[in-house]
Design a protein around this ligand. Structure first.
Ligand code: PHE
Length: 397
């Protein structure tokens, strides 16, 4: 593709470009050739460090996702280095900020691959951004492990793409079952059409809910970044649902809860893991009280693995980890475990070792990857109460 451009562009009629202007193009082609399968070298066996790449939304609309995941990844790297590293080498973490922006994940992952030659890539949280980067990792035969993207399409991209979390056909069923158990058989849906995650979660929720006796009385949508949801909420209110599924991320969910309160809607709102952020309650205040969401992890979990992680995390960052922090930690530790089992950081061998991950003791539960490179793990239901996410129940697959 790059070569076509280089040979045909100078012959275009009427084009008089100084030779100088082709230098960036030549550079691109050069880097492209370096990255071409077979030419690339991402095996750091010969060097004295192991480079792990990470891309995350450290800034922008869903900054708390990236910042949390990064804290977990950083902690895994620091603890591992303190314990002697992996295969006798120190791990060097390279992190790129995709600014929560569409298009940016692909750009930063391309750049990171050509510049830093990571042996594996951790990212992203949001499914749409994982979906942007996955084909690039796949093409370069660099294993990519998403800590938290739950849309099924992410790992369907190819055999180098993994995740350590459950997927949305399960999460959708968890939310549906929860509603039905509560006797809430008339549901409305408010979904972010701009996010693969929200669209998928809605589809899987509906499938399960309709099959099990529920009815959907209203389906409304919005786009990431919207601020006013009153029209959608008013029309939902008119249909008198027992509960509303708000499929999207925390910013909008917080605003939606606030505006539902202003409209005197006394109906429980339910969300998925995309609600998990300290900002959820910062945006909504006590309008968030009583609403529920499903998640990967509860900091109220009394198991020694969780409590021990919590203590170390608090010690390091002076805060309580959320699901992304725990999943970021697990994703990174699983990569280290696979490198040890492979005995090398060579892409294909590391891929095989990752694919063979069985019964890995993660903070978020035991991780066994299936033939589609997904993990099967329980989910938790949480209820928001006075700024806290209280544990309600665990739902097993
Ligand atoms: N599951 C969400 C997605 O796929 C991301 C997410 C995971 C958000 C965990 C919060 C907590 O887009």
């Amino acid at each position: 593709m790059g070569l076509d451009r280089m040979t045909s562009a100078p012959n275009l009629p009427g084009m008089k470009r100084p030779l100088r202007s082709f230098f960036p193009l030549l550079m691109t082609v050069g880097i492209g050739l370096l990255l071409a399968p077979g030419c690339k070298k991402n095996d750091s066996t010969a060097s004295d460090e192991i480079v792990i790449g990470e891309f995350a939304s450290l800034t922008g609309a869903t900054a708390s996702f990236g910042q949390s995941a990064h804290k977990g990844v950083r902690m895994a790297v620091d603890e591992t280095n303190a314990a002697g590293g992996v295969l006798g080498k120190k791990v060097r973490l390279v992190t790129e900020d995709d600014q929560s922006k569409p298009g940016e994940a692909a750009t930063v992952v391309r750049r990171m691959i050509s510049r830093d030659k990571p042996v594996a890539i951790i990212g992203e949280v949001a499914s749409s951004r994982s979906l942007e980067a996955a084909p690039i990792a796949q093409e370069n035969k660099i294993p990519m492990v998403s800590p938290a993207s739950t849309n099924p399409k992410v790992t369907e991209t190819g055999n180098y793409i993994f995740r350590v979390c459950f997927i949305d056909p399960f999460q959708g069923a968890v939310l549906s079952k929860f509603m039905l158990q509560k006797g809430w058989t008339k549901a409305a849906i408010l979904m972010d059409v701009k996010q693969d995650y929200a669209v998928g979660l809605t589809e899987f929720f509906k499938e399960h809910f309709l099959k099990n006796g529920g009815t959907i009385v209203s389906e409304q949508s919005y786009s990431s970044g919207d601020k006013d949801f009153k029209a959608q909420l008013t029309s939902i209110r008119g249909e008198k649902p027992d509960a509303v599924l708000v499929a999207g991320y925390y910013n909008e969910a917080g605003l939606i809860a606030g505006q539902a309160r202003e409209l005197d809607m006394n109906v429980p709102l339910l969300g998925g893991d995309g609600w998990d952020s300290p900002s959820l309650v910062e945006v909504a205040g006590d309008a968030m009280n009583g609403h529920y969401f499903s998640n990967h992890f509860s900091s109220e979990d009394k198991s020694p693995a969780v409590q021990n992680f919590l203590a170390r995390f608090r010690d390091k960052y002076k805060e309580v980890p959320d699901a992304m922090a725990a999943l970021g930690f697990d994703a990174t530790m699983l990569v280290f475990d696979a490198i040890r089992r492979a005995g090398t950081t060579d892409g294909p061998a590391l891929r095989d070792a990752l694919a063979a991950s069985r019964d890995f003791p993660g903070v978020t539960g035991t991780i066994t990857l299936d033939e589609n490179r997904n993990a099967t793990k329980p989910a938790v239901m949480l209820q928001v109460q006075d700024g806290k996410f209280r544990y309600v129940e665990t739902v097993v697959p």
